[in-house]
Design a protein around this ligand. Structure first.
Ligand code: SAH
Ligand code: SF4
Ligand code: F3S
Length: 490
C-alpha cells in the first residue's frame, strides 16, 4: 500500500504542473480501405472532443483509422496554443514526424486546432513538413483540403464561424473506456480574459441545439455509457433560443411547447439529467461571474448530476483579477463558493485553475492567491505560471515583467499549498462510503478497479467480482493527495 501511495503522489505532481495530456487515436478500424488516418490531440477536453468529430468526418470520407502513426497515410495533430510550452511540444512532434516523411514522401501531415488558427498560413512557412492547416471551425472542409493536397497544393482553412457547432455529426469515440464520454454543448468564448488566446483561436461563443445534445446523451446511454461531461469554455452562459438560433427548425417543432422557451444552462442540465437516472452528468468549465444559484439548485435536485464544480479563480487578488479582465473580485468569488457550500454542502468537489506571476503581480498579491486557496479548500487545481501569448490584451497592454525564477517560485508555493489541501480534503473522506462509477482496471494493479465518486475524486478498490460500468458503494480506508483507496461495501 505504501508503495502505491508513493507512486500515486508522484503522478499527481506531474499532473499538477502541466494540464496538457496527449491522446492518440485508439480505434483501429480496418475495412481494407485505401488510406489510414492517425489523429493526435493536445490541450483541453474540447480539443479531444473535436478530434472525435474530425475522425467521424474522415471515416465518412473513406479513411480507416490507426493507433500506429508508422502505418498512417494521413497524420493530423490537433493542437493547443494556450501557453508557449504547448506550442513547443507540437513543434517537437513535427520534427519527429519529419523522419518518417523522408522515407514516405506521400505521407500527408495536417495541423488542426488552436495553433492552426493562431498561425494560419504562417505555419506552412515555418514548418515545411506541414501540408494542411485547418482551424476549429473548418473541419467539415477537411475532405476538400485533403483533396487539394492530393492534387499537389498545400491547403489552409482558418475561417471562424458564428454558427458552426457540428451538432449533426456523431463523434467517433476515441480513447474511450466505454463508460465516460464528452459532449460539446457550445463553442468559442466571448470573455476576453486578458491573458487568454482562446477567443482568438476559437472565435465567438455559440450554443449547440439542446435536442441534438439530448439525443447524443441518449445514444451514449444506450451504448452502455454511464457518464457524460458537458463541455464549453463557459458553460454557464449556455443559451439557446429556437428563434435566434435556428428559424428553419422552429416550424418543425411548433407542436412542442418548450420551443418557445430560451433554454439556459440550468434548463439544459435538467434535460440531460432526465435522460436516465443511471446516467451521470458532469460539466466544465464554470465561470465565477456567471454561475447562478439556479444551476446549484438544479444540481441539488438531481442525484445523477455530479456534485463537482471546476471554478477557475486564476488569482486571489482583486487588482490582478481586474488586470486579467476576469470581471469579478475576490469577494464575488468567495460569495460564489459560499453559495456552493450552502446549497450543495461541504462534500461538493471544487477545483480551480491558477496563474502565478501575471504582469505586475506583487509578492503580497501572490499571497492573496494562497489565502484564497486556504479559504476555499480546493480538492484539486491546475496550476501554471503566466506565459505571454501574442495578440492577447495582456500582451498589448502590459509588460511581462515578473522574472521567470519568481514565477516558478510562486508556482511552486501554489503547488505545495494545493498538495497539502488535497491531502487534508481526502483525509476527511476516510471512513465515508461513496457511490463509485467503475471506469476500468486501476493503472497501478490489475487486481484493483478505478472509478470516481460524485465529487470527481479517483477511488481505487479491490476488484472482487465488480466490473467496468457498474456503480459500487466503496468505503474509504486510506488516501493520497490524488486518490482515495477503499473497499467495496457489501
Ligand atoms: N475557459 C476556462 C479556461 C480555459 S484555458 C476558464 O475560463 O477558466 C485553461 C487554463 O489555462 C485557464 O484557466 C488558465 O488558468 C490557463 N491559462 C490560459 N492562458 C494562460 C496563459 N497565457 N498563461 C498561463 N496560463 C494560462
Ligand atoms: Fe480564456 Fe477567459 Fe474564455 Fe476561459 S473564459 S477561455 S480563460 S477568455
Ligand atoms: Fe488549448 Fe485551444 Fe483548448 S488553446 S486549452 S486547445 S481551446
Amino acid at each position: 500500500m505504501q508503495e502505491l501511495i508513493k507512486e500515486l503522489n508522484i503522478l499527481s505532481e506531474v499532473n499538477a504542473e502541466e494540464n496538457c495530456e496527449v491522446f492518440k487515436t485508439s480505434v483501429e478500424q480496418n475495412t481494407g480501405r485505401q488510406r489510414k488516418l492517425y489523429v493526435e490531440s493536445y490541450g483541453c477536453q474540447m480539443n479531444f472532443s473535436d478530434s472525435e468529430i474530425v475522425t467521424s468526418i474522415m471515416q465518412k470520407e473513406g479513411f480507416d483509422t490507426t493507433s500506429d502513426f508508422q502505418k498512417a497515410d494521413v497524420i493530423l495533430l490537433n493542437t493547443c496554443s494556450i501557453r508557449d510550452k504547448a506550442e513547443q511540444t507540437v513543434r517537437k512532434r513535427l520534427t519527429q514526424f519529419n523522419t518518417i516523411k523522408k522515407s514516405k514522401p506521400e505521407l500527408l501531415i495536417g495541423v488542426l486546432g488552436c495553433m492552426a488558427e493562431r498561425l494560419k498560413s504562417k505555419l506552412l512557412e515555418e514548418e515545411k513538413i506541414v501540408d494542411l492547416v485547418a482551424g476549429p471551425d473548418a473541419y467539415r472542409d477537411l475532405p476538400n483540403l485533403v483533396r487539394q493536397v492530393d492534387e499537389g497544393q498545400r491547403s489552409v482553412n482558418t475561417f471562424l464561424s458564428r454558427e458552426e457547432t457540428y451538432a449533426d455529426i456523431s463523434p467517433v469515440r476515441l480513447n474511450s473506456n466505454g463508460v465516460t464520454a464528452f459532449i460539446s454543448i457550445m463553442r468559442g468564448c466571448d470573455n476576453m480574459c486578458s491573458f487568454c488566446v482562446v477567443p482568438f483561436t476559437r472565435g465567438r461563443e455559440r450554443s449547440r441545439d439542446p435536442y441534438s445534445i439530448i439525443n447524443e446523451a441518449k445514444t451514449l446511454f444506450e451504448q452502455g455509457y454511464r457518464e457524460v461531461t458537458l463541455l464549453g469554455q463557459n458553460v454557464d452562459s449556455y443559451k439557446w433560443s429556437p428563434e435566434v438560433n435556428n428559424k428553419a427548425r422552429l416550424d418543425a417543432r411548433l407542436e412542442k411547447a418548450e420551443v418557445f422557451k430560451v433554454i439556459n444552462f440550468a434548463n439544459l442540465l435538467e434535460m440531460v439529467a432526465l435522460v436516465n437516472p443511471d446516467l451521470r452528468i458532469r460539466f466544465s468549465t464554470s465561470h465565477p461571474k456567471d454561475i447562478t444559484d439556479e444551476v446549484l439548485h438544479t444540481m441539488k435536485k438531481y442525484d445523477n448530476i455530479c456534485k463537482y464544480i471546476h471554478l477557475p479563480a486564476q488569482s486571489g487578488n482583486t487588482r490582478v483579477l481586474e488586470l486579467m479582465n476576469r470581471t469579478y473580485t475576490r469577494d464575488w468569488y468567495i460569495n460564489r463558493v459560499n453559495a456552493i457550500r450552502r446549497i450543495l454542502g461541504e462534500d461538493c468537489g471544487i477545483s480551480s485553475d491558477m496563474i502565478a506571476g501575471f504582469c505586475t503581480e506583487t509578492e503580497e498579491e501572490h499571497q492573496d492567491t494562497l489565502t484564497l486557496m486556504d479559504y476555499v479548500k480546493y480538492d484539486f487545481s491546475y496550476m501554471f505560471y503566466y506565459s505571454e501569448r501574442p495578440g492577447t490584451l495582456a500582451a498589448k497592454k502590459f509588460k511581462d515583467d515578473i522574472p521567470l525564477e519568481v514565477k516558478k517560485k510562486r508556482l511552486q508555493e501554489i503547488i505545495e499549498k494545493q498538495q497539502t489541501i488535497s491531502t487534508e480534503r481526502n483525509r476527511k473522506d476516510i471512513g465515508k462510503v461513496f457511490k463509485v462509477l467503475v471506469e476500468g482496471t486501476s493503472k497501478r494493479s490489475v487486481e484493483d478497479l478505478q472509478g470516481r465518486n460524485s465529487a470527481n475524486k479517483v477511488v481505487i478498490f479491490p476488484k472482487e467480482t465488480y466490473s467496468k460500468g457498474e456503480y459500487v458503494n466503496v468505503r474509504v480506508k486510506d488516501c493520497t493527495a490524488a486518490t482515495l483507496l477503499g473497499e467495496a461495501v457489501k
